[in-house]
Write a protein that binds this ligand. Sequence first.
Ligand code: PMP
Length: 341
Amino acid sequence: MTNVYDNILGLIGNTPLVKLNHVTKDIPATVYAKLESYNPGHSTKDRIALHIIENAEKKGLIKPDSVIVETTSGNTGFSIAMVCIVKGYKCILAVSDKTKAEKIAYLKALGATVYVCPASVPADDPRSYYEVAKRIASETPNSVYINQYFNELNIDAHYQTTGPELWNQTDGKITHVFACTGTGGTLSGTAKYLKEQNPDIKVVGVDADGSILKTYHETGKINKTEIHPYQIEGLGKNLIPGALLFDKIDEYVRVNDEMSAYRTREIALKEAIMGGYTTGAVTQALIQYANSHEFKSDDLVVLIFPDHGSRYITKVYSDKWMEEQGFINNCFHNYDEIFKT
Ligand code: PMP
């Protein structure tokens, strides 16, 4: 029997690469998107949820009744909730209040208990989702705190799966990899593996306007004046994650809400790929990078598309939301032509 699985977790990983034929056509390289939405939980986070929970099982840290606790902007929560159902654990999640109501409903539909915490407070404030998750984990017997921002297994999940997949899918011809960094796990683990195969592969991290990661990579310093609220979920940080291997990243590109939103919509319209907001962010980063770097025709670029657009229907895919942000009309002179509905 082929393509038959014991449970939904068997579908995690081995996601496809799809060539971008229109949005990046001005760049001479071949550009592929790795569609992490093909994981059963519809994002790259399935890989880390499975890896971290199975590691805890192997170490005997969790028993059938155990509670798995995490902070999450959504995707990691869906993945942990999914793994918990199949494996019979309880799932408690602390999320930021930037998270859309439909994401919270989705988490609850997967059986998770959800605590909504303010995004606007510093990471060390007792109301922040980091502190709330830590407190729940310390107060709940038999609990495991996934701690994706500071868990080396987050990196290891991608070192063991995403990196080898990209190397094999491209027959070792990959020359550049671009990924959005939130925890940093995706890019760090992927880059660590790929650079072991070929140290010349260029690794480009994507940061958000309003986040400190790019400046930290360049100067080793946190510039608190750069921190401001922004709309892209899952990208950038106001703290330095331990799961981010800065030395594996050659360069950082910073993108803003507006251009990333436009790019997300453009990818849907021109490539028929419904990606999440960071799909637009990583593509915008490549386009900005190409303004100051030469590409050759035999370069093979991979953009990691972390999740599916169905989670952003009332956000970046909503014309009303785009108008509320002031993006429509301000962004592109031919916006009406591109986004005619
Ligand atoms: N995009 C989205 C939509 C995400 O949820 C995340 C995870 N926070 C990322 C990108 C970044 O992935 P990582 O945490 O592995 O850096």
